[in-house]
Write a protein that binds this ligand. Structure first.
Ligand SMILES: [Zn+2]
Length: 168
């Protein structure tokens, strides 16, 4: 038996409520609105609320920074197997990825766990607009997405809740 934590109690109580009025049990697997969002895991960013997404609408691929390199596997599956036809890359202001360098995080892992992450790319960045441009270019250059697929870039402002366009 695994120990019940405070978090487990909270999420299971919330899920009981959610499931009690759940009516979307027969949605198809492919996203109905046929697009994919690649964005950061930051807890302040709620893509469903901020972008008006309902269950079944879109794929939201999240990781630290919303980096495309980390998301590529999922992008391919989303497009080739599940029919999505557009990508939005959304990074955000005050991102944690702006606060460290890959070399620093490698050192932390080494010091604290005697671990070796010499080959892990943590994909930190120093400019949020540039990281969006870099990721769009990365997806294009990867040649695993058809050239006609629209890929747009955005910065979500944690201060205002607004997304602003990044010109590529
Ligand atoms: Zn972030």
């Amino acid at each position: 038996m695994s120990a019940t934590t405070k978090v487990i109690k909270e999420v299971t109580a919330a899920n009981d409520k959610y499931a009690a009025s759940f009516t979307k049990g027969s949605l198809p697997m492919p996203p109905g609105r046929k697009f994919t969002v690649v964005t950061c895991m930051d807890a302040r960013l709620d893509p469903a609320k901020a972008l008006g997404l309902e269950e079944g609408d879109a794929h939201v691929i999240r990781n630290a920074g919303g980096r495309a390199k980390d998301a590529l596997r999922s992008i391919i599956i989303s497009q080739q197997l599940l029919g999505t036809q557009e990508i939005l890359v959304i990074h955000h202001t005050d991102c944690g990825m702006l606060t460290f360098k890959d070399s620093e995080l490698r050192q932390i892992v080494k010091d604290r766990f005697n671990g070796n992450e010499e080959h892990t790319e943590f994909l930190s960045f120093t400019n949020v607009e540039q990281s969006v441009r870099d990721d769009i270019k990365f997806i294009r250059d990867s040649k695993v997405v058809k050239p006609e697929i629209p890929i747009s870039g955005w910065v979500y402002e944690v201060e205002t809740g607004k997304i602003r366009s990044v010109s590529v």
